[in-house]
Design a protein around this ligand. Structure first.
Ligand code: DOR
Length: 436
């Protein structure tokens, strides 16, 4: 039994001190001052938050193919340490996740490791090449039940292919997420276009490059009644487009990363490639617009875009370094520190953005709450007062490329439970069920 924690369950709007009794894989009772029963293990949660296990719609686990950066075991350990019980790895692996065989392999390997449920994302096009649609129906019918498709960092530039993808996915009410980047507008681009790119003399990446593609995709989705998801929204203009589309009833959902909520483009003045990411970090005005959009629900979810890179690749001159940042182990703490603690986002809404809302974007397999009798015991217990300084080398990821290295954050997961089993206990990640 989890005793005396502040139970925050956005599915029921519940935020109150309560006990949570577990029996095996399930929650059996939630309420104040539950009587101890013989055989109950009591975990003291006084002063701690008890939340649904976190859900990440956008992760890179790099397996198969790029295990020098991360694999499903190390990425799952990072997820458990960050309070996640379900993650969705992107399709930009080798081989690409464009067949049922690869999706099933990734899902099964996640199950074998047993630290987090792994719900693969399928590619929109074969080999992420943007030419031919992947067998989306076969991916959906597979054991991995893929209901979310993306070519990840590569935009589907061909409007006809994008339209067909939305049309095909709509047949089984699946979701298509397109990386929003007009490649003509971003040729050689190295950072956000604006005052900082002018000062630093680096080729800029205009915000319109993101917005024109979102506008196109919103029009296509609206025309078809299809479901579009906008990944890693980074500009104030994108927020406006999504807000308008939602008002008009377009079936669109959107996510924002912790790094786009936290960093602005002044960090590029360090030329530290840890800050290089796609889409790039933008201006302070964009950061504030993203925060407001998360608070008012225009942006549904926080997603990490956890993108590990081996240091020999990432630690190069700025223009040679690959894009991407770690996120799984710091995401919740960044949002709590930046938004919840200062009073800009109620805790219930912050928790919803990590749990209920992403679980509503696609089927994440029984995650995201509720914390109620008969629900699977997918939970995270968080110490809201923990102050900790991020050390990239001490994270569970195989890679170290966190932009938060050296920053002091508030709040940290203490226990994570996946179907009643501790995957993180007293801050220590459990061993994988089946080692690599
Ligand atoms: O920064 C990024 N890194 N953005 C992407 O879209 C891809 C990702 C990666 O795979 O490293």
């Amino acid at each position: 039994m989890l005793k005396g924690g502040r139970v925050v369950d956005p599915t029921r709007g519940h935020d109150d001190v309560a006990d949570v009794r577990l029996d095996g894989e399930r929650i059996v009772e939630v309420g104040p001052d539950l009587a101890d029963q013989a055989g109950d293990e009591v975990v003291d949660c006084a002063g701690l938050w008890v939340l649904p296990g976190l859900v990440d719609l956008h992760t890179h686990l790099r397996e198969p193919g790029f295990e020098d950066a991360e694999d499903i075991a190390t990425g799952s350990a990072a997820a458990a340490a960050g309070g996640y019980t379900a993650v969705a790895p992107m399709a930009n692996t080798l081989p690409v996740c464009d067949t049922a065989a690869v999706a099933e392999l990734v899902e099964r390997r996640g199950r074998d490791v047993g630290l987090v449920d792994v719900r693969p994302v399928g590619a929109i096009t074969v080999g992420l090449a943007g030419q031919r649609l992947a067998e989306m129906g076969e991916l959906y019918d597979s054991h991995a039940r893929v209901d979310f498709f993306s070519d990840d960092g590569i935009p589907v530039t061909d409007t006809l292919i994008m339209r067909r993808a939305l049309q095909y996915a709509a047949r089984f009410d699946a979701v298509v997420a397109n990386h929003s980047q007009d490649m003509d507008l971003t040729e050689d681009a190295q950072m956000n276009e604006g005052r900082m790119s002018a000062v630093l003399g680096l080729p800029g990446w205009p915000h319109e490059a993101e917005e024109v593609m979102i506008a196109r995709d919103l029009l296509l989705a609206a025309g078809l009644g299809a479901r579009l998801h906008v990944p890693h929204v980074s500009t104030a203009g994108s927020v406006e487009l999504i807000r308008l589309a939602k008002q008009r009833g377009v079936r669109v959902t959107a996510e924002v990363t912790p790094h786009h909520l936290h960093l602005d483009d002044t960090v590029v003045a360090t030329y530290d490639p840890v800050y290089k990411v796609n889409p790039p970090v933008r201006t302070r005005d964009d950061v504030l617009a993203l925060r407001a959009a998360l608070a008012d629900g225009t942006i549904d979810a926080v997603a990490t875009d956890h993108a590990p890179h081996p240091h020999e690749q990432k630690d190069q001159e700025w223009d040679h370094a690959p894009c991407g940042m770690l996120g799984l182990e710091t995401a919740l703490a960044v949002v709590v520190t930046d938004l919840v603690e200062p009073g800009d986002l109620p805790l219930l809404d912050a928790v919803a953005a990590f749990t209920t809302r992403p679980a509503g974007v696609r089927d994440m397999g029984g995650h995201g709450g509720p914390i109620a009798p008969d629900a699977p015991a997918n939970l995270v217990v968080v110490d809201p007062d923990a102050r900790w300084t991020v050390d990239g080398r001490a994270l569970h990821s195989r890679a170290h490329n966190t932009p938060f290295h050296g920053e002091t954050l508030t709040s940290r997961p203490v226990h994570t439970l996946l179907r009643g089993r501790f995957t993180l206990r007293d801050g220590v990640v459990a061993d994988p069920k089946v080692p690599a």
